[in-house]
Each structure stands twice: as C-alpha cells, then as structure tokens.
Design a protein around this ligand. Sequence first.
Ligand code: TXA
Ligand code: MG
Length: 312
Amino acid sequence: MTERLAADTAGLARAAELLTNGALVAFPTETVYGLGADARQGEAVARIYEAKGRPSFNPLIVHVADLAMAERFGRFSPDARRLADAFWPGPLTLVVPIAEGAGLSDLVSAGLPTIGLRVPRGETAQALMRRFDGPIAAPSANPSGKISPTRASHVLDGLDGRIGAVLDGGPAEVGVESTIIGCYDQPRLLRPGGLPVEILEEALGQPLAPAPATGSPNAPGQLASHYAPGAPVRLNVSAPVEGECLIGFGPDAPRDALNLSVSGDLVEAAANLFAFLRKADATGQRIAVWPVPHHGLGLAINDRLARAAAPR
Ligand code: TXA
Ligand code: MG
C-alpha cells in the first residue's frame, strides 16, 4: 500500500522515517516529483530502479539541503561553485567528480566517476531534506520512459502500490526537469531544463560546451524515446488533421486547442507541459503539437517534446 502524506509536520516526519527505513518516498520539487531513497543505502537505491523499471546504467541525481552538504559528496571546481552560489536552491543539477569517502551507494552513479547533485528550492523538498538530514537519490517519479509527474496524482497513476509513500505538495511550479551541467572538465550542457541556458552562460561569462557523444563514459544515459505518452505525437503542427488532439502555444493557436500558454509565456508553458500531454493522451486521439519557440525554457520544452515524438 502506498501511503498518501500531507506536506505538514506529521507527513514530513513520516516521510523522513520511511526514507531512514530504506523505503521509497515520492516528493515534490519545484521541477517535477522525485522518487526518493536514502542515497547511502544500496538496497533502497536498488528499489528505485526496480519500481521504475529503469535500465541500471542510468545514474541518479542526489538531492541535498545546501552547498555545504553537496561538498561532502562531490568536488567543486571554481566554475561549479560559481553556478551553485548563483542558482542553488533551484532547477540546476551539477555533475561533478565524486568526493573521496562520499559513502554513497555505487548504484547512484551507475559506475561513473562523477555524481549529479542538486539543491531543490521547492518548499516541501527543502523541509523534507532538513528533516531527513541526508542525501536523497531521486529520479523523476514515473515508470521509466513515461511522462514525468507534476502532481501527486500523476505519481500514483504510475507507481501506486510500488512505493512506500507520496508526499503531496501540490503542483510543481516549474514543470520540466532541472538543467544538467557537467563540471568535470569545461562546463557542458548535458540536458536543457528549468534554468535557461542563456542565464547560465551569462553567469559563467562563456558559452557552454556540448554534451559528450553518446556512448562516451560521461554521457548521461538519455534514451531517445522518453517522456512517451501512449499515443503517437506529431510536432510543429500548424494544421492539425481529423483525429488529432492539438496542444497549442501562443495567441495564434486554434481556440479549441489545449493551449500551453495563450499569451505565449514559456514559463507558463513549461509548467503545463506534462499535465497537458497526459490530458491529450487521455482523449484517445493522436497528439499534434503547435510550434514552440526555441529560446529560454523553449529549449527544455522542445527537448521533451522531441523525446515524446521519437520512434519507439
Ligand atoms: O528536476 C530534476 O532533475 C528531477 C527532480 C526529481 O530532481 N530529476 C530528474 O531525474 O529528472 P532523472 O533521473 O529523471 O534524470 C536525471 C538525468 C538522467 O538523464 C541521468 O542520466 C543524468 O541525469 N545523470 C545523473 N547523474 C549523472 C552523471 N554522473 N553523469 C551524467 N549524467 C548524469
Ligand atoms: Mg526522468
């Protein structure tokens, strides 16, 4: 049975207790809901892979309360520290070399010499980490390859009965996953996400290097088909055909579309993206998506849409 916990003192205490006991607890962050386990307990981390049906080569992000705690687990270069100072807590994951004696389960990094660390700014996530006072390994709380959850009900749709509890902190504010930056040589963009690339490059004073080629040791285990609804997805559609449910964007999209943001606001669109993909999927029709501009959060939105539309 999966416990439903409110994000109050009693719920947070129970969530921390379950984590200590090696159980899985889904919890809200400002990006999406994560499926958490104590990152130091190998068996608990193994349960994450099992509950999600996740390929074991895909490493997990470790969530911590602040930079001081992050430095117990990873080695921060001057660039990494600059980004952490500027954007933590927030929708940014830094992949850095693992610190000596970090004490994390090997399953967390899936054999890589690096570790993904993140300080989320969501209020409930912050409260849980203060209460638990330890590293929480957490991928998005969805079955592997499916749409990421931005509500507690989405988590239950995919994982009810397979996890210990879900902590309900309401809808996720940002709606797409964190931006992932590799800081083990020159700063690299490993995944576009909730923190726009333009803002990161401005803070660094230099452009980000691209992700290493797939197959190389430091490449994130990103599969092409990901975030997949049941129905086929067609992108950049300005003329939907009969039998398609249209996800729109901006004032020019048809009035009857599920519009991510009528005013054309990419922040609002990111927050709506995964819930609207679920809604469109539930109509039983094929899914068509209006063009979304490719700047700011549009990079993350278009990345997730391309994966949803990829051949499977
Ligand atoms: O916003 C988020 O990042 C959410 C919330 C829950 O924090 N988490 C999330 O986790 O999206 P997940 O597991 O769905 O995606 C993590 C990505 C994966 O593509 C993984 O391959 C990459 O991070 N990753 C983690 N550690 C890495 C490492 N050491 N090197 C390269 N990529 C890494
Ligand atoms: Mg995911």
